[in-house]
Every structure is written in structure tokens, then in C-alpha cells.
Design a protein. Structure first.
Length: 282
């Protein structure tokens, strides 16, 4: 099959998925989405007709397709320079605020959420935070809720990045936040952290949100990159509307806001601030 022909077949499949399930991946730009659909077909030994039939008739299978299409790569303190900026420049500005609402959109298995919690606790801000973390992937959320990660994958990198993000002053006590069990290849997040986060399944493509609050800090890192520019603009507008005026949006290192929407934010370092004329005074 020619590339163009194959591409249009996958596009047709995404259209079927959209019509018979709650999921709409038709505006995902990821070039490898067709490869991932192809892998589903191989894994389940299906041709396109079979894939469409199973998608139409088996909701559990649809969830497997969602897991196969989404990319859950994440790690503790991913992009350490961003965490360093937040710790030094942004988070101290919250010290006189009685309440801080935080939303991690596309949180994957939770490492981003727990990275922020370490910094918040280190700065004595955690007690006043309400934290929501959402993702479309049920599997990723289940992993996030356990707060258990592979020692070999996360720990070495974690320590390296952790040190890099605390080059100027004393790093917090690592053992307070993570229990490492090298023999069983596990690190476990402090159970107090687990209790503090509300992990909820949510699809950013859909308008409705699982909570009503506006937020002061909104993380949506390395998610927009999978959407085409039209969908990116729609989502950024929604994220903007969810922020308090003066609230901060943190995107992934390779993600930017362009065009008209750019006028709705001011950017400093990695942080986009909702730049309405009226700012709440805290
Ligand atoms: C590459 S991970 C990023 C994780 C984390 N934010 C980070 O930067 O380390 C992208 C996450 O976005 C989620 N995602 C993709 N499409 C989504 C959607 N429509 N709604 C919510 N989450 C979505 C995926 O399931 C995945 O967990």
C-alpha cells in the first residue's frame, strides 16, 4: 500500500473511532500514530476491517487502542532547568498566598506531579495546595496513584537531575520523599504525597472538566506536541480560561504558544503568565 493510501486509511479509522467511542484522535499530528495503529492490528492479528469491527463492538478494546495511541514517557524532574526556574523564580512568589490551586493536565504516571510536590514541600507551600492531575490514559493514572516506579529507570536520573536543580542551596532530604528499594528495583513516593493528589481520568480534547476550580499553576507539558495546530489552539484557549488572571502555564520545552493566543500571555523563562489587564491581588 502506498504511504498516502495508508495514511488515508488510518485517518478513516480515527474517524470511525471518533464516531463510535468518546475518543477523538483525528486532530493528533503525531506522525507515528499510524505505526501505533498498525501495531494494534499486529498484536491482535486484525486487518483494517477486523480492527473497525472490534472497535465498534468492544468498548474494552477501545481502551486498549487509547493506551496504544498515547505516549506516556515521563520522568522525575524532567528538564531540570525548568524545575530550577520554578523553585527560584516562581514558587517563592506564592509564600503569602493562603491557597494554591494546581492542575497537571496530561500527568502520565505522576512523576511530574511528585517532582513539584517535593519543591512545594521544600518551600513550605504544600499544605496550602489543592492538586488535580488528569490524563486520558487509565493505565498511566493507575501507576500514578501507586507512586511506585522502577528504581533502575528513575532513581539514577532523578538524583542527577535533582542535584542539578539545587545547585545554589541545600537540597531537601531525599529520603523524606522517596523510599528506595534497590533489591526490588522500586522507589516509592511518600504515602502522604499520594493522598494529597486527586488523579482523575480526563480527555483534554473534550471541553468539560472534572473539577470547577480555576487554577494558579497549570502544567501541560509534552502533550500539545501530539496535536495539530488547530487542536493546540483550542486547548491553549481552554487552559487559558482555566487559569486565574496572573496564573501560570508551564508547557514542555519544545512547545510554544503562537499567533493570536500569544497576546493572552506574557512569557518569562519557561512560564506563560495569563496577562489580563486585571490581576487578582493576593
Ligand atoms: C509524553 S506524556 C507527558 C507527561 C508529563 N506531562 C511530562 O511532561 O513528563 C503525554 C501524556 O499526555 C496524555 N494525553 C495524550 N492525549 C491526551 C488527551 N487528549 N487528554 C489528556 N491527556 C492526554 C498521554 O496519555 C500521556 O500520558
Amino acid at each position: 500500500m502506498q504511504d498516502k493510501e495508508r495514511e488515508s486509511t488510518y485517518k478513516e479509522y480515527l474517524q470511525v473511532l471518533k464516531e463510535c467511542s468518546p475518543y477523538d484522535f483525528s486532530e493528533y499530528s503525531d506522525n507515528s500514530i499510524d505505526r501505533r495503529i498498525q501495531k494494534v492490528m499486529q498484536d491482535y492479528n486484525l486487518d483494517m476491517g477486523g480492527l473497525i469491527h472490534k472497535t465498534k463492538t468492544n468498548p474494552q478494546f477501545v481502551e486498549q487502542v487509547v493506551e496504544a495511541i498515547t505516549v506516556n514517557t515521563t520522568e522525575l524532574f524532567r528538564d531540570p532547568e525548568v524545575w530550577n526556574y520554578l523553585r527560584v523564580k516562581l514558587l517563592p512568589g506564592f509564600k503569602n498566598r493562603p491557597k494554591i490551586n494546581i492542575w497537571h493536565a496530561g500527568c502520565s504516571s505522576g512523576q511530574e506531579v511528585y517532582s513539584l510536590m517535593v519543591l512545594l514541600d521544600h518551600l513550605n507551600l504544600l499544605d496550602r495546595c489543592e492538586i488535580f492531575a488528569t490524563d486520558i490514559s487509565k493505565k498511566a493514572l493507575e501507576s500514578a496513584k501507586t507512586g511506585q516506579y522502577r528504581y533502575s529507570y528513575n532513581y539514577g536520573k532523578y538524583l542527577e537531575n535533582f542535584k542539578a536543580s539545587f545547585d545554589e542551596d541545600k537540597a531537601p532530604d531525599f529520603d523524606k520523599y522517596f523510599k528506595a528499594d534497590e533489591a526490588n528495583d522500586t522507589i516509592s513516593v511518600n504515602p502522604d504525597f499520594l493522598k494529597k493528589v486527586k488523579f482523575v481520568k480526563h480527555d483534554l480534547v473534550k471541553g468539560e472538566l472534572p473539577f470547577y476550580n480555576r487554577v494558579d499553576l497549570l502544567f501541560c507539558r509534552n502533550v500539545l506536541i501530539y496535536f495539530n495546530s488547530n487542536l493546540q489552539a483550542k486547548i491553549v484557549q481552554r487552559l487559558h480560561d482555566r487559569l486565574f488572571p496572573g496564573g501560570s502555564l508551564i508547557l514542555g520545552s519544545h512547545e510554544t504558544i503562537s499567533g493570536f493566543l500569544n497576546t493572552k500571555f506574557t512569557k518569562k523563562g519557561p512560564v506563560y503568565t495569563r496577562s489580563d489587564a486585571f490581576h487578582f491581588k493576593y
